[in-house]
Design a protein around this ligand. Structure first.
Ligand SMILES: O=P(O)(O)OC[C@H]1O[C@H](OP(=O)(O)OP(=O)(O)O)[C@H](O)[C@@H]1O
Ligand SMILES: Nc1ncnc2[nH]cnc12
Length: 182
């Protein structure tokens, strides 16, 4: 994960009402995402993840490019959990909170019995992932694995649940920058 580690040292941190927010190519699409970095991450996720699944699931927006590349690499179909409702039959809404926002998301085309790999760029408060896992569980799908690129250290809404998250790097973020925890 050499390129990924290097990239963190250059990443700007912005203040979102007291919350230190990492601006990184994988988490924001800016600064520019180098193909070599995306490739390294997709190889890392491919090695870390349980790929014996029916579908890859990624939340909009910044899980999409990682999951798309993984889908191309593995031939596993991709479902995006959207921030927009389509009003389709069996659409499942969920409410999610992060450290700086609160919003609705909508699940389509996941069925009871589906084996799923969930992929996202970053886990922080775990609010997004916990809401997604709960909704997928209610549908009756089986969450085989959850892989994120960055996991921020600290309390998470997934603590004290059965959901286990694998990360490529564990980090902490403050106004002075990013620390990588090995
Ligand atoms: O662990 P949490 O505190 O829930 O934070 C993690 C989530 O926050 C970011 O998404 P965001 O909601 O900012 O939307 P974006 O992907 O469109 O940037 C990130 O992509 C994760 O999905
Ligand atoms: N880019 C980011 N930086 C820090 N915390 C976050 N939580 C969700 N996205 C984040």
């Amino acid at each position: 994960m050499e390129k990924l580690r290097e990239s963190l040292h250059e990443a700007p941190i912005i203040d979102k009402d007291g919350y230190s927010y990492l601006v990184h190519p994988l988490s924001n699409g800016v600064p520019m995402l180098e193909p070599e970095l995306l490739r390294e991450v997709v190889v890392g996720v491919t090695r870390a993840a349980d790929l014996d699944v029916d579908k890859i699931v990624a939340p909009e927006a910044m899980g999409i490019h990682i999951a798309t590349a993984l889908s191309l690499q593995t031939d596993i179909p991709l479902v995006v959990i959207r921030k927009r409702s389509y009003g389709l039959e069996d659409e499942v809404p969920l409410h999610k909170t992060t450290g700086y926002s609160e919003s609705e998301m909508f699940i389509n085309d996941i069925e009871a019995g589906d084996d799923l790999l969930i992929v996202d760029d970053l886990l922080s408060t775990g609010g997004t992932m916990a809401s997604i896992c709960e909704a997928l569980d209610d549908i009756g799908a089986n969450i085989s694995d959850i892989v994120v690129v960055f996991r921020k250290q600290g309390e998470s809404a997934l603590d004290n649940t059965d959901y286990e998250v694998t990360s490529l790097l564990d980090i902490s973020v403050d106004q002075d920058g990013v620390t990588i925890h090995d």
